[in-house]
Design a protein around this ligand. Structure first.
Ligand SMILES: [Zn+2]
Ligand SMILES: [Zn+2]
Length: 541
């Protein structure tokens, strides 16, 4: 018996030594003695973190404690929601600036909105609609996990004017790994959690997507922790894996794996509201870079441009670990490379984005993940974004469409018809979500129209669905923001998207049998009551 115990202990010790040897090395230490001023205003934080408010496992206090242990100065919480919960005020918890944001589910994937006040109605539906709403509300929107192997989560809208993009998402990265690599990381995790997670990273193809976007406009890129602090009922993914079953990664491991660094104008003041403005301001202008801390730390980057007459000199210097390379990338690829700093002159009228990566000799991944990724410097002015149609003249007051009401059995609605307008008074049924809807419907037959103009006035800021239906009941639609002061909509048939299982291509006007103005759970909560006035409506040939 005793001999058996001894041999068991020896075997366990041997396995431990083996796993310890298998575990990746700890982060390389980079010297920063020459950079005190830059170091004082470069603050590390975790972006994209879930709490118990949605599908995370920790509350604010335990997340702040993990952030302190990882040496972070701020955490951006991004619980799943529709934007109608008022965001918590910025606050310091255990010395960490906790910032509250929201991850919104859209028909085109997840979209994170930071620095945004409460939305007047639930944000949802088409990706482009949510991007437009986040803009109007003054928030800053980031396309989440565009690399996710899960189609339902991946940001799939390639044209909506997003403000930012996750170039790396730690929660997506391990989902595409082979079993061998995952199993090894799972075992060595207990010796070196963050380092083991980092062995699962690759250079994501999103970097190419980001470069393509940068050729057309400014887009900020961030590395996302997407930390949930262990197992749980993931909104993101219900599938069971070795990883989620054993409860990894912890917040501690996620926060030590990678982070973002905001480069501020001055060090944090410890006034939460002022510091929130500084951190969000840095992210908005792209004064932020991402680092895989598990590979090397700490990271400092100074990337700026000095104009002189007809040229602009781009200067970059970074803390580069031994054997690493600082690479300056331009619109057409690599333009310069060095071991600690690079300098590159471009004509002042040159158009295009320049950015910096630091590559390590022994970085994990196929191709290897960059250790540091800066944001882009772009001499072009900010291109206006937002897809709101405006400047359309109101359609002439004409006899209104003959409207009638369609609704689910539990919701209620009344229609009041005046000489040139109609008013809908409605109330979506209370309680559980059960496809509640109220719609104004008007029947048309064989009309060769290509657009519909409306002049609508709701009782408060709203998003209304405009839909067309064909004989067989299939529908196409698009949602429109309608201001409380009234909005004129120009709805082009060919820009409508399929609803449900309808074919992608919208019908020709002749095939449309009904036109609908819809209030449903896409942008209204159960129990919502309100009024919608149709001041005019016209078919455009
Ligand atoms: Zn997500
Ligand atoms: Zn998430």
């Amino acid at each position: 018996m005793r001999r058996l115990l001894t041999w068991t202990l020896i075997a366990l010790a041997a396995v431990s030594v083996f796993l310890f040897l298998l575990a990746p090395a700890g982060p390389a230490v980079v010297g920063t003695a020459d950079w005190p001023e830059l170091a004082a205003r470069t603050v590390a934080g975790a972006y994209h973190v879930h709490t118990v408010r949605s599908d995370g496992n920790g509350d604010k206090a335990s997340i702040a404690a993990a952030a302190v242990r990882a040496g972070l100065a701020f955490v951006i919480l991004t619980d799943h929601g529709d934007g109608t919960r008022p965001p918590d005020l910025p606050e310091y918890v255990q010395g960490v600036l906790m910032l509250d944001a929201v991850e919104i589910s859209t028909d085109d994937g997840h979209y994170v909105a930071i620095d945004m006040p409460r939305a007047p109605y639930p944000l949802g539906g088409a990706g482009e609609a949510v991007v437009e709403d986040v803009h109007r509300l003054g928030g800053f929107g980031i396309a989440a996990h565009p690399d996710s192997p899960k189609a339902a989560l991946r940001w799939a809208d390639t044209t909506a004017p997003v403000d930012g993009i996750e170039w790396l998402n730690a929660d997506s990265e391990w989902r595409d790994e082979g079993r061998r690599r995952l199993a090894r990381a799972g075992l060595t995790y207990f010796f070196r959690p963050a380092g083991s997670l980092a062995t699962l990273l690759d250079r994501p193809s999103t970097l190419d997507r980001w470069d393509a976007l940068l050729r057309t406009r400014r887009v900020v890129a961030l590395a996302a922790s997407d930390a949930h602090g262990g197992p749980g009922r993931r909104v993101e993914d219900q599938s069971r894996t070795f990883f989620s079953t054993v409860g990894i990664p912890s917040y501690d491991a996620s926060f030590r794996e990678l982070s973002v660094r905001a480069v501020l104008d001055r060090p944090l003041s410890k006034d939460a509201v002022e510091d929130a403005r500084a951190v969000f301001g840095a992210i908005r202008k792209g004064s932020v870079f991402s680092v895989i801390d598990a590979l090397a730390s700490p990271a400092l980057l100074d990337f700026h441009a000095v104009p002189s007459g007809a040229t602009v000199t781009l200067m970059a210097r970074a803390t580069v670990p031994a054997g690493g390379q600082l690479v300056l990338l331009g619109p057409a690829g690599e333009v310069a490379r060095g071991t600690g700093s690079v300098k590159h002159e471009v004509p002042a009228e040159a158009r295009g984005a320049y950015r910096v990566e630091v590559h390590l000799a022994d970085a994990p991944g196929q191709p290897p993940v960059p250790w540091l990724v800066s944001n882009a410097f772009d001499p072009r002015p900010d291109s206006g974004s937002g897809g709101v149609e405006s400047g359309v003249d109101p359609p002439p007051a004409a006899a209104p469409f003959p409207w009638r009401i369609e609704k689910d059995p539990a919701s209620s609605a009344i229609l009041r018809t005046a000489a040139t307008s109609v008013e809908l008074e409605y109330r979506l049924a209370d309680g559980a979500r059960n496809s509640q809807f109220v719609a104004l419907a008007s029947d048309v037959h064989g009309q060769a129209f290509r657009a519909i103009d409306f002049d609508l006035r709701p009782d408060g800021p709203s998003r209304i669905g405009v839909q067309v239906r064909t004989e067989d009941g299939q529908r196409w639609g698009r949602s429109f923001y309608v201001d409380a002061a009234g909005s004129v909509l120009h709805v082009e048939l060919e820009k409508l998207r399929a609803v449900g299982a309808a074919p992608a291509a919208p019908p020709r006007g002749e095939a449309v049998t009904s036109i609908l103005l819809v209030v449903d759970l896409t942008n209204a909560a159960p129990g919502r009551s309100g009024r919608l006035t149709v001041r005019s409506s016209a078919l455009i040939k």
